[in-house]
Design a protein. Structure first.
Length: 57
């Protein structure tokens, strides 16, 4: 008797298009609600990477 069970592979979510909203929004300087896009998140992460110091080990 095997203790391993057959599992269905976990489906991966489809990649989002860069301008497709990801579920949140920000309020701009004029008070308008602007959906947050994947592209906005990627650009913010790239900017953070430029300013972060590498970790020492």
């Amino acid at each position: 008797m095997s203790l391993q069970t057959q599992r269905e592979p976990t489906p991966r979510p489809n990649p989002r298009q860069p301008q497709q909203p990801v579920g949140g929004s920000i309020i701009d300087a004029q008070g308008r609600e602007v959906p947050i896009t994947e592209d906005m998140i990627q650009r913010a992460c790239q900017e953070l990477d430029k300013t972060c110091e590498p970790t020492r080990r």
